[in-house]
Design a binder for this molecule. Sequence first.
Ligand code: TDX
Length: 315
Amino acid sequence: MHHVIEHTEHHVTVLDKLTYAGNRASLAGLPDARLTFVQGDIVDAALVDELVAAADAVVHYAAESHNDNSLDEPRPFVDTNVIGTFTLLEAARRHGTRFHHISTDEVYGDLELDDPARFTETTPYNPSSPYSSTKAGSDLLVRAWVRSFGVPATLSNCSNNYGPYQHVEKFIPRQITNVLRGERPKLYGAGRNVRDWIHADDHSAAVLTILEKGVIGETYLIGADGEKNNKEVVEMILTALGQPADAYDHVVDRPGHDLRYAIDSSKLRTELGWAPRFSDFEAGLAATIAWYRDNEAWWAPQKDATEARYRAQGQ
Ligand code: TDX
């Protein structure tokens, strides 16, 4: 959103349900003339139809996205991620609207820690969690709507995002805000799991590139060669905030916890000419820490409820 407003002339209509994860304050400061905000649900077919009828393109970011929540209560994931995507696709089909579907590398399952392989666009789907299985299902719906109905859609599957405005349930902002509040970071299991980190601005730039230059029906993997294990990341956060690098707790592991994700984004780089701007993870992390330090009013209202939910799960 911020990226599109800053880098294009487009008018943007945001459709957001404002669940626990939504925050109207994330749009504060953006120019009113460029932005329309609609509170609503992507499974509301009448509302979706009205909005899609008036749009040149739909970029479908809306999802229930947190694995831990999907293990606790899967139903909203099926409703929003599967039925919601279906509802948007049907509207795009009726109006012939350009559609871009945002998805995740988790649809490919996980890799062994010592496997040199990375995910590519041809890796077989093998999702592990209720969350990733609903995202995999939504991807397949998009592919079928391209093939069967000619919906002009592209897809992208991105690795783990970090940066400003990320809900404090996610790994990096949870640990930053814990330390800022004098709490110890919480590492699931031994902390050896590897995630492939990309700055959210790089993800946004990639999506815009695909929207402008992507080939209809194609999938593009988005990643910035940012593999790190969780223990390394926690140690970097603690060090950056002036704490001993080992001042964290190990907590109960996530059931079915995917070991490693890693993206090969060659197709996007060579065919569409995209490249990440945040290649220095430590610098991007430092800027993210500074943002959370300066924006406590944005995250404080979410923090207690998030930690209460984690405590109930022993995490
Ligand atoms: O407190 C924590 N401690 C911890 O060790 C939390 C919240 C997480 N973790 C671990 C679990 C993962 O190995 O950190 C890693 C990252 O966890 P999440 O932030 O929950 O992300 P992940 O499960 O990898 O999924 C994220 O990236 C892919 C997003 O939530 C998904 O929506 C996206 O599709």
